[in-house]
Design a protein around this ligand. Sequence first.
Ligand code: ZN
Length: 214
Amino acid sequence: MRLEAIKCPKCDARLNLVEAAKFCACDHCGNNFVVHWPQPAQPELTPFQAILERLVTQQDFLVADRRLGYLAQDISESQAEMRQASAAFVATQGDITAVKAKYNEKIRNALVCTGLLTVFSLVMLMVFFASLGDSGAGWGLLLAVGAALGAWYCHQLWKKTMAGEPAELRDAEERADLARERCIAAQAQLKELELEQVLCEGKTRRFRYHGDKS
Ligand SMILES: [Zn+2]
């Protein structure tokens, strides 16, 4: 769930913050933040900069350095999930197109058949009236009635197809929505891991830098 009302402490721009996120970045000013949640929906944001300006102890360094090892693995898994989620979403878009194409073709075929059989039935009706009294009249009537029944059947098929589309299309669209949510979740997770990596790298770099100076 995304929180809409959170603002960047640095530049006041609206932050795209996911509930319970541990890290976030401001797209407007480029600052990164560690997020604490003392109250639900009331996060406290501490800029990376403020954390990195504090003394990085050897203990901090060791924790960050060990975490970096795990993060590389987590990030590559998260990237794989991101790729799978994107592929699944693209597939659902293909499904929606296929469902629409299938129904459009069925509807078109049913309409064409209805039209052709109606015209044929009318022509046979004319044949029937034109040949009243001779032997062709019986055939004309028979074919006119047969074609009329066929046209009626095609028309029923058209109505049934028209009624069937929304349900199947709705199912395909629901699957697409789920796939889209999975993409958003994967993207948010990857972003968090990358931010944590930036922070850990900052800590180890800072510790090494000060270590070299002393
Ligand atoms: Zn900002």
